[in-house]
Design a binder for this molecule. Structure first.
Ligand code: P6P
Length: 337
């Protein structure tokens, strides 16, 4: 395959993608550079004093790791100055981050999880950066508000993730298919490696943390039992694969086929809707999986149809191969009836 960079690919498909404006290309370029910088630190984390905890907790009540903080700083610092955003929102920060008045303003809004899966950093497990891009809904000359940000996932203009694993990849969509690029360290560029990714209609993998079985509702247990039962209607023997790093679990299932479930559970009364965040995790991955032919729900409702009420709201997530996610929805609907 000839060496095609992300920007070349974006410009080549310019006719199909209204997104290939100069400002979007600049936004994506800054995301790419941020990913390369974060990747450098992740790759040598074990060697420098950047592993471990900062001693602080984030808005999610989770311990902040030094690499989390580093990744968040790189993205905030670079993207605030890029002249293409009117606001950012980070999984690590409680409030919307506006662009300082003396910086050039833009009309895009970037929502991101700077380093998802970071609890696995010290064990050298693949982790990632997830991002979601909207266009503001209010006029450019007015101050940006939360109403500009709290849009349904179906309104995203682009979504993607970078996965820092055995190789470093960028996977993104602007609504014209899903495309994967692998970082070639010898040239320092993400090169097209997975054009037009399509996820299999059904898979052979299910991913869920079965340690929470006793906290799940009956419909969730029936769904998991279905995947564990070789006499299921497809007579398909599924393998259980759960890394505990959303980007890594999602990426594997996207390429191989399969289903990832993080259902609501009764462990934490503060989080009756599960652990994962709608705006910076579920929405971007839902746009990607649907563009690749898959499906993402909260068990019943399409993720991309959910109207957010708050920036950090959590949502149960069932995502992956279309037929597998549809099967879970049938269990949930039957139970809800
Ligand atoms: P649990 C990582 O902390 C994360 O947010 C996701 O990357 C991952 O899918 C999930 O939590 C794992 O959560 O409760 O199974 O350890």
């Amino acid at each position: 395959m000839s060496q095609i960079t992300v920007i070349e690919h974006l410009l080549y498909h310019q006719k199909e993608s209204p997104m290939a404006t100069g400002r979007f290309t600049r936004l994506l370029s800054e995301m790419i550079l941020s990913g390369k910088i974060i990747n450098q630190e992740v790759n040598k984390a074990g060697l420098v004093e950047i592993l471990g905890l900062t001693g602080e907790t984030n808005v999610q009540g989770e311990k902040v790791r030094k690499l989390d903080e580093f990744a968040n700083h790189v993205l905030e610092h670079r993207l605030q100055r890029a002249g293409v955003l009117c606001a950012l929102a980070s999984e690590e920060k409680a409030d919307l981050i506006t662009i300082p008045k003396d910086y050039p303003q833009g009309d895009y809004i970037l929502i991101f999880d700077p380093l998802d899966g970071s609890s696995n950093i010290d064990a050298n497990v693949s982790i990632g950066t997830i991002f979601s891009i909207f266009r503001r809904t209010s006029p450019s000359h007015e101050p940006v508000t939360l109403a500009d940000v709290l849009q349904r996932g179906a309104e995203q203009v682009a979504a993607g993730y970078m996965i820092y694993g055995s190789s470093t990849m960028l996977v993104y969509t602007t609504g014209n298919g899903v495309h994967g690029f692998t970082l070639d360290p010898s040239v320092g560029e993400f090169l097209l490696s997975h054009p037009d990714i399509r996820t299999p209609k059904f898979g052979k993998i299910y991913s869920a943390n079965e340690g929470y079985w006793h906290y799940w509702d009956e419909a969730t247990r029936k769904a998991i039992t279905y995947f564990k039962n070789p006499d299921n209607e497809r007579h398909q023997v599924y393998s259980s694969r759960y890394i505990g790093s959303l980007v890594a679990d999602f990426h594997r299932n996207l390429l191989y086929g399969g289903i990832f479930l993080y259902p609501a559970d009764k462990r934490d009364p503060k989080h009756p809707h599960g652990k994962l965040r709608l705006m910076c995790e579920a929405n971007p991955l839902a746009m990607i999986v649907e563009q690749a032919g898959g499906l993402a729900t909260d068990g019943i409702n399409r993720i991309l149809d959910i109207q957010p009420a708050e920036l950090h709201q959590r949502v149960p997530l069932v995502i992956g191969s279309y037929d597998d996610v549809s099967r879970v929805r049938e269990f949930m609907l039957r139970d809800a009836a």
